[in-house]
Design a protein around this ligand. Structure first.
Ligand SMILES: NC(=O)c1ccc[n+]([C@@H]2O[C@H](COP(=O)([O-])OP(=O)(O)OC[C@H]3O[C@@H](n4cnc5c(N)ncnc54)[C@H](OP(=O)(O)O)[C@@H]3O)[C@@H](O)[C@H]2O)c1
Length: 346
């Protein structure tokens, strides 16, 4: 297994460690890239937090499409970052919420027993995860630990898209495709909180959901093609990209911002050709075509925690799977038809 976390075997410490041997935990691991069947639930040594790290007892981890790309190693481009022949980190998953079970040297602002949420690049589909303290935020009082596990990657992506890339202004018209998905549910609520007039595009089954998130208008993509609309939008977050860029641009204002945001695409390069095309088109138009890669930042997680605490943001949970059902959770996310976020409760 390629997990780089230090284990109790190497240090001899950690919750539950005894003189008879290091403490152990259950974790989902993968030894090679492939379909969800490559995932195994195994018993491994408990990791030990290094300097600046926190050992989190994971209560829930949320899954997003990127976890599926990393598990399969497709598009192949992901292998440049995550391991050429096999995944560098053997434990999948990135987002988590849980309780601090131990702290490494130099951690001053978190204590054992604190409820936290955040992200880890060393895997979260396990009973415990070692996470740098600066990738964790205290869970606001009154919020469910399961709900907040849904937030990190998708919430940060939605926040950065609306606030940093589109710079949404009050009164602007914002259209969001995939409005019922992991990113979309957050984006609709964040755009509303920023004072925009929001149109969500989703299927018939999800019209009520997107309406309940505060969208001013909801378009059923099974009946209406939003690119045929006479409306013009200042901002379009296109998380699905089922329409060509040219068609989507028709419903963008002359100086509007289009964010092509799907990670899906061809087997080798994924979304890269579309991103390149968007960048090229940007040169010859006043419309802003702004594909972007979200970057996790603690201050953005704190901003999201504020929105959660003030009730301006409510996570939508689709299904919650057990740790031994992690493969089913990944398969469901791969379907592209999730309703909000998919969780694995530990
Ligand atoms: N830029 C970044 O750094 C970044 C970060 C994270 C994620 N992403 C990308 O963002 C995209 C969205 O992620 P996600 O987590 O929200 O999950 P997702 O699986 O892409 O979206 C699922 C949602 O899309 C809806 N949908 C499917 N076809 C549709 C269509 N033709 N029109 C409108 N909605 C449609 C589904 O609803 P129905 O079931 O009703 O069809 C479902 O609710 C992914 O491609 C992901 O890779 C990018």
């Amino acid at each position: 297994m390629g997990n780089t976390q230090r284990s109790a075997a190497t240090t001899g410490v950690g919750p539950g460690a005894s003189q008879s041997g290091p403490a152990r935990m259950r974790a989902v691991v993968q030894h090679r890239y492939g379909p969800a069947s490559v995932l195994e639930l195994v018993d491994i040594e408990l990791p030990v937090p290094g300097p600046g790290e926190v050992l989190v007892q994971v209560r829930a981890a949320s899954i997003h499409p990127g976890d599926y790309f990393i598990m399969t190693g497709e598009p192949y481009l992901v292998r440049l970052a995550f391991g050429l022949r096999r995944p560098r980190h053997g434990i999948p998953g990135r987002d988590l919420a849980g309780v601090v079970a131990g702290t490494g040297k130099d951690v001053t602002d978190l204590r054992v027993g604190d409820a936290v949420f955040g992200w880890s690049t060393a895997g979260t589909l396990a009973e415990y995860a070692c996470v740098p303290a600066n990738q964790l935020v205290a869970i606001p009082a009154g919020l469910s630990i399961l709900d907040v596990a849904a937030v990190p990657t998708s919430g940060i992506t939605a926040l950065q898209a609306m606030r940093d890339i589109a710079k949404v202004q009050p009164g602007q018209k914002v259209l969001i495709t995939g409005a019922s998905g992991g990113v979309g549910c957050f984006a609709v609520q964040i755009a509303k909180a920023m004072g925009a007039e929001v149109t969500g595009v989703c299927s018939t089954d999800h019209l009520d959901l997107v309406d309940s998130l505060g969208a001013d208008h909801v378009v059923d993509y099974t009946r209406t093609d939003f690119t045929d609309s006479a409306e013009r939008y200042d901002v379009i977050l296109d998380s699905v990209e089922t329409q060509p860029l040219e068609a989507v641009r028709r419903v963008l204002t002359p100086t509007g911002t289009l964010i092509p945001n799907s990670g899906r695409g061809g087997r080798w390069l994924g979304p890269i050709p579309r991103i390149a095309k968007a960048r090229l088109l940007s040169v010859c138009t006043d419309q802003q075509l702004r594909p972007f890669t979200s970057f996790p930042k603690r201050e953005d997680l704190l901003a999201l925690a504020d929105l959660l605490a003030t009730g301006q943001l409510t996570p939508v949970i689709d299904r919650t799977y057990a740790l031994d059902e992690a493969a089913d959770a990944l398969r469901h996310v791969a379907s592209g038809h999730t309703r909000g976020k998919v969780l694995v409760a530990v």
